[in-house]
Design a protein around this ligand. Structure first.
Ligand SMILES: Cc1cc2nc3c(=O)[nH]c(=O)nc-3n(C[C@H](O)[C@H](O)[C@H](O)COP(=O)(O)O)c2cc1C
Length: 212
């Protein structure tokens, strides 16, 4: 069995989507082949249709943008509908969507958009997993998936991996790191400050409301 791991974050490196896909890959059975499909831009270097037609299941990982999908991903997925309808063989689609809000349930609209897309592309919907506190995952990246506060997340990813391997479907499942709201805010803000500094910005710059 061949599974396409599609990273639909616009970030080519260091995305929460990549961390979640890594966690999922580690849970998939050894005999199962994984194919990386980076979808960070509307037109990636490698033609995704050619890659996807040769697989048995698709896993789409991406962030929530404005309660839906990032614009580049929406355009890329629309472009894939016709080739997948023509050449696909009813592959199952699974989604792994993360969001910045604390509650994983905030991903529900994006997951439903991907479910609708799978029907339009002539594919079969498997199930969706929504992850909250995606920004905090960067602060927790040294902690192995499956260990607190990523225990529930590890368990949910193992469940998704088992469904992919068995070709099973089901309702969306929501998860998040076991952090209090306060810990989530602290962790996310630490990440933002670090990213700001790495990009030559100060903490004051982050609070700016007027730009010249
Ligand atoms: C333009 C933009 C819009 C966003 N909109 C939302 C949103 O509506 N709800 C939410 O919970 N997070 C939102 N986020 C936060 C991202 O979903 C969050 O940072 C996520 O962890 C990024 O995942 P990635 O690293 O895989 O790209 C938004 C981020 C950006 C840049």
């Amino acid at each position: 069995m061949k599974v396409a791991l599609i990273n639909g974050s616009p970030k080519p490196r260091g995305s929460a989507s990549a961390m979640l896909l890594d966690g999922l890959r580690a849970c998939l059975p050894a005999g199962l082949e994984c194919v990386e499909c980076p979808l960070h831009a509307v037109r990636p270097a490698e033609d995704p249709a050619r890659l996807l037609l040769d697989t048995d299941a698709l896993v789409l990982a991406c962030p929530v943008y404005v309660d839906g999908l990032p614009a580049h991903l929406l355009t890329a997925l629309e472009g894939l509908e016709a080739p997948l309808r023509r050449g696909g063989h009813g592959q199952r689609v699974y989604a792994l969507v993360n969001c910045g809000f604390y509650e994983g349930a905030q991903t529900v609209n994006a997951l439903d958009m991907l479910r609708c897309w799978s029907g339009r592309a002539g594919l079969i919907w498997g199930r969706g997993m929504g992850v909250g506190a995606g920004g905090a995952l960067h602060a927790l990246k040294k902690i192995p998936m499956g260990e607190p506060p990523k225990a529930a997340l590890g368990e949910a990813l193992a469940g998704l991996a088992a469904d992919i391997a068995a070709g099973d479907g089901g309702p969306h499942v929501f998860s998040a790191p076991e952090l209090t709201r306060e810990e989530h805010c602290d962790a996310t803000q630490r990440v933002w400050r670090r990213l700001a500094a790495a990009n030559g910005l100060t903490e004051e710059d982050l609070n700016k409301t007027e730009f010249t």
